[in-house]
Design a protein. Structure first.
Length: 497
């Protein structure tokens, strides 16, 4: 396969990591998760999750990637050969997430072409809901009632996969060039949306909902679980992505400061995006004489129902701001999508000694094919269930395993001594306590709480059969896929060892 590629420099690596972390999860997922979990109340567990899990696990993944110079399966296998299955589980998680993630990008692409008539379909919440759930998604009444393929969404899914395939197969040089534009662009666009939102009458109502905590919600375990899930999703930790990205850096790369920069940049962007979304929601709530909580409570459809409706009521430049919003969604999505593709393609290249072009093409074709159910009439129902199970259980489990492996198999002292050789910020006892006690304990409590809640009340009222077959099935695919790949014959000497 030849000599392993490397990022041009540390700045490009950090840009790639920030680009992977800052994605649709910041502007599409963060606002509706925050709204569902008490607005300002959600910010407390969210930033707690950042400090107790996000940054420590980011440091772990950077460290494992740089020390192994390979993908997650080899990184864990270097510590103990039996542990490489954990790496494959993380990689399979990235594979599954990207399948439905690209479907959401297809929604955004479809909406970009619908902006010309936004004054009609965005004239009210009812009209916007009809446009999203009926005209665009054609949502069925049951997860197993697939109906037909929504062909505009199918086309959006195809264009999305062709785009990220074209970027990734060209190697790190092409990825780096794309990042020069795709990372700064969303930041600039969101700042424009924030400035515009803050000047609207009623913006203060939305920001009050966003920033004022409902202290009672802090006693709800689901709120904490949602915060940890959002941190994992947004930072791209637990997927093997950061291990893959950092493996393209030399062994003397600085780690703690790089991890902190990536983590804080991501969460700062999410926090900023909240101002853009909730200021406009406050404007719309006042204009329509509705509580902000009622306006914001639209789940995954918030960015595609409420926000376009609010944009349609702006006094000037409606189509321009609508275009800005959906271009922002697409530019955010592209970096995360190709980082997830890169994660899986790199692992296959490393294991089977195949070219980047071949591994990228295989993963893209299989992922596109498996993404077709997500552009049927049952697509959003499947997305909601799979997203819940993968983030609540698989990624949380991987995070727990990463902490335990580094703390008790590799050893905290061994890991910190390696990292501190080039660290600008030295790791000390606090980091050791975090990854050996605090972080796994917090994640285990969140995991168990969610599992107990799952048995008490079916998630979002879905049929038990759908939760078992779709949610449980997605976990089974990951587990079986990890087992098969872990046992398959390999051309990678590191994994074979």
């Amino acid at each position: 396969m030849g000599e392993r590629e490397h990022w041009k420099n540390r700045s490009t690596f950090i840009m790639a990591a920030v680009g992977s972390a800052i994605g649709l999860g910041n502007l599409w997922r963060f606002p509706y998760i925050a709204a569902q979990n008490g607005g300002g109340a959600f910010l407390i567990p969210y930033f707690t999750a950042l400090v107790t899990a996000g940054i420590p696990i980011m440091i772990i993944e950077y460290g494992l990637g740089i020390r192994s110079q390979s993908s997650a399966n080899v990184a864990f296998g270097d510590i103990n050969p039996k542990l490489r299955y954990i790496g494959w589980m993380a990689i399979m998680g990235a594979f599954v997430i990207n399948i439905y993630y690209c479907a959401v990008m297809g929604w955004a692409l479809k909406y970009l072409f619908d902006i010309g008539s936004i004054s009609q379909w965005g004239s009210s919440i009812a009209a916007s809901k009809t446009h999203f759930f009926v005209d665009t998604l054609g949502v069925s009444d049951h997860p197993f009632h697939f109906g037909g393929i929504q062909w505009p969404l199918f086309a959006g899914l195809l264009v999305t996969w062709l785009t990220i395939w074209q970027i990734v197969k060209g190697g790190l040089g092409r990825v780096g060039k794309v990042l020069l534009y795709s990372v700064p662009l969303p930041v600039i666009l969101v700042i424009i949306l924030v400035v515009r939102g803050l000047t609207l009458p009623g913006a203060a109502e939305g920001l009050n909902y966003y920033l004022s905590p409902d202290w009672a919600r802090l006693l709800d375990g689901q709120v904490w679980l949602a915060a940890y899930g959002q941190i994992f999703f947004s930072l791209s930790v637990g997927f093997g992505t950061m291990i893959a990205y950092s493996s393209f850096m030399p062994r003397d790369t600085e780690i703690p400061n790089s991890a902190a920069i990536t983590s804080f940049a991501n969460c700062a962007f999410s926090f900023l995006a909240g101002f853009a979304v909730f200021s406009v929601l406050g404007y719309f709530a006042v204009a329509s004489n509705l509580p902000v909580g009622e306006v914001a409570g639209s789940g995954p459809g918030l960015a595609f129902v409420v926000y376009p409706t609010a944009l349609a009521t702006l006094p000037v430049w409606v189509k321009g701001f609508a275009a800005l919003f959906f271009i922002t969604l697409l530019s955010l999505g592209i970096d995360s999508a190709f980082s997830l593709l890169e994660t899986v393609a790199t692992a296959l290249s490393d294991k089977f000694n195949m070219s980047r072009h071949k591994s990228t093409t295989i993963v893209a074709l299989v992922s596109f094919s498996l993404g077709i159910p997500f552009v049927t009439q049952a697509g959003i129902l499947w997305l909601d269930i799979v997203d819940h199970f993968i983030l609540s259980y698989l990624i949380t489990f991987v995070g727990i395993a990463e902490c335990i492996i580094v703390a008790y198999f590799l050893g905290v002292k061994n890991f910190t001594d390696e990292v501190n050789k080039t660290a600008e910020i030295k790791l000390g006892k606090i980091f050791g306590i975090m990854i050996s006690v605090v972080t796994p304990a917090m994640l285990i409590v969140s995991f168990v709480t969610s599992l107990v809640q799952e048995f008490k009340t079916p998630y979002e009222g879905y049929p038990i059969s759908a939760l078992i077959l779709i949610g449980g099935g997605s976990l089974l695919i990951v587990i079986l896929g990890a087992a098969i790949l872990g046992r398959a014959n390999t051309n990678n000497g590191s994994e074979r060892r």
